[in-house]
Unconditional design. Structure first.
Length: 590
């Protein structure tokens, strides 16, 4: 007995023979062709023209125990609100079309070409926000109706364009929050998701986290590097929220088992915002993280990222060299890319040929050729960098040195007359030297190619609407590396930093909290930096494969300003607080 028959499922060929009078010889011919070439038996039958689409759709409906619809309703009789809930690309890809809504039960009749695609049926139910009664129809008729109906809707939208804005234009008004507890259709879900994004932009969030819980869906914003809960929704709306975000970002809403990456670009509150979307399956369901990039924001220059004047002079001297490597180090989210862009903007001129390979290209710089890596086609940092050497560059920026191959090509480029900018994920500047050696790069190549290493962190600035001046105790001052006696008599003075707001002598700011800063006490961020120059002592230690601690000590002897010291400077200049500096430079105590 055939396995399908054993489980009570009739064979497609048997249904065609029994119900539609198809000759058994035709079925045998199709089975023989299937054994030779593979494929589904229904597709083989159609290819050999042994059955037509209506006959095959009827047999599939019988096999799946679903209703068969030979004639679809007129295109003008299909409700527009049902069709608008299903994107045209999804409808055409899966050959699916909502037809009508039962006024008593609220359930929607939906035509499918493939009754075995149960995930598609579930996804349509989520999009429409109602129960689905599936019926089977021929693929050709469904596609023909899709073209007619969506074409009619598009013409209607063009006629009403002057009186009604598109959803993307309404996005800036998405602050109109809708209580989704009392609503079942998808329109409120669209407005709810839009309001998430609008509020995130309004509150200067860099990330949106949509996380499934046991009883509800929690949304958190990352503002100034700190996560804060924004709102919650009942767990039953998780599927609708996920589907909406996936549709906006062009992801496959039927794929729930694998991580996906997508992109959304919208105008929000008058700002052009680029959003990178990442999904991942978890034990509680899929979660989504959205990274927001304000494309309309002005890129910061070197003088605007929080460097003191003495360090700024050193960096400007380095980036004007004809060859060498400048590495910017720090953890994810430390502002390394912003610093690299600031350096490129500083030297960008018509007489410089500047090429970059990035992952991703966060901001487009006028006059600079920028390449986005794409691992799917083997366009990596290494392959992009190798190709750049044939384009006569003066300056090259590599988004990140992750492996030996990329590091070797970057060093080769620097030794052959090019200046290279890049980043490495290490905690401090000295650690980048040992990281390159650990990758397998010869120490003499590291010592001869590196010009400088810039480590950085982002620390939160106090909200000047509510910040309160205070006198820290001696213990805190000692932790910051400051002499309490000198501090209390106002004896410290440092090179100026653009945007500073000095507190009264002998005081620093402490956070309080007010409506302007959402009761956090901080608003905005600035950078703290340490610049390690490659001098003869550091070069000698590199050749000896010395540890990072020895290299750091030698650099400090030569006058390097460490992260902790630069942080202490900014505390005394009113640009941050002692708590922020101690938190961001905790590894300096290890």
């Amino acid at each position: 007995m055939n396995p399908a028959e054993a489980f009570g499922t009739p064979l497609l060929g048997e249904i065609l023979v029994r119900e539609l009078g198809v000759r058994r010889e035709a079925i045998d011919k199709a089975l023989e062709k299937q054994r030779e070439e593979g494929g589904l038996i229904g597709e083989v039958l159609l290819k050999l023209r042994l059955v037509d689409e209506d006959q095959l759709a009827f047999a599939l409906a019988q096999q799946a125990e679903m209703a068969f619809l030979r004639d679809l309703p007129r295109a003008e009789d299909v409700p527009a609100d049902l069709v608008e809930a299903v994107p045209i690309n999804f409808a055409k890809q899966h050959r699916v079309l909502p037809l009508s809504r039962d006024p008593e039960t609220g359930r929607v009749q939906v035509a499918f070409a493939d009754p075995t695609a149960l995930e598609v049926i579930d996804d349509v139910a989520v999009m429409i926000g109602a129960g689905v009664d599936p019926v089977v129809a021929s693929p050709a008729k469904i596609v023909d109706h899709i073209n007619k109906i969506y074409g009619r809707l598009r013409q209607g939208a063009e006629l009403e364009h002057d009186n009604k804005k598109e959803e993307e234009d309404e996005f800036g008004q998405a602050e109109e929050l809708v209580d989704i507890l009392d609503l079942n259709d998808e329109a409120p879900i669209i407005r709810w998701v839009n309001s998430l994004m609008f509020q995130a932009v309004k509150e200067r969030a860099s990330d949106i986290h949509i996380e499934p819980g046991e009883k509800d869906v929690m949304v958190r914003y990352r503002i100034d590097g700190v996560l804060r809960e924004a709102k919650r929704a009942p767990r039953k709306f998780l599927a609708s929220i996920l589907a909406r975000v996936k549709i906006m970002s062009g992801l496959n809403i039927a794929e729930k088992r694998l991580p996906q990456d997508g992109r959304i670009r919208r105008k929000i509150g008058g700002k052009d915002v680029d959003m990178r979307v990442a999904t991942v399956p978890t034990a509680g369901g899929e979660r989504i993280t959205i990274r927001l990039l304000d494309r309309s924001s002005v890129l910061l220059g070197l003088a605007d990222i929080g460097m003191a004047e003495d360090m700024l002079e050193v960096v400007r001297a380095i980036i004007k060299r004809p060859h060498g490597i400048l590495l910017v180090t720090g953890p994810t989210g430390a502002g390394k890319t912003t610093t690299l862009y600031a350096c490129l903007s500083e030297i960008n001129s018509p007489d410089q040929n500047i090429l970059t390979v990035e992952d991703p290209v966060e901001y487009q710089l006028e006059g600079i050729s920028q390449t986005q890596v794409n691992p799917k086609i083997d366009l990596t940092f290494a392959t992009g960098l190798r190709s750049f050497l044939r384009h006569d560059p003066d300056v090259i920026m590599v988004g990140e040195i992750r492996d030996k191959e990329t590091a070797e090509i970057a060093i080769t480029a620097s030794l052959t007359g090019h200046f290279v900018f890049s980043t490495v994920h290490t905690n401090d500047a000295a650690g980048a030297i040992t990281r390159l050696v650990d990758m397998g790069i010869e120490p003499f190549l590291v010592a001869s190619s590196l010009v400088g290493l810039l480590a950085q962190r982002l620390v939160r600035r106090p909200c000047y609407e509510c910040a309160r001046p205070t006198r820290p105790d001696e213990k805190v001052l000692l932790q910051l590396g400051l002499d309490p006696a000198t501090f209390y008599r106002g004896g410290y003075s440092f090179p100026a930093v653009k945007g500073q707001r000095p507190p009264p002598p002998g005081t620093v700011f402490e956070p309080v909290g007010c409506p302007s800063c959402l009761d956090v006490g901080y608003r905005g961020r600035t950078g703290i930096y340490e610049m390690l120059m490659i001098n003869e002592k550091v070069r000698h230690l590199t050749l000896e494969k010395a540890d990072a601690g020895s290299i750091r000590a030698a650099a400090a002897e030569a006058g390097m300003t460490t992260l902790r010291v630069d942080g202490a400077r900014k505390v005394l200049q009113g640009l941050t607080t002692t708590e922020e500096v101690m938190l961001m430079t905790a590894e300096a105590d290890l």
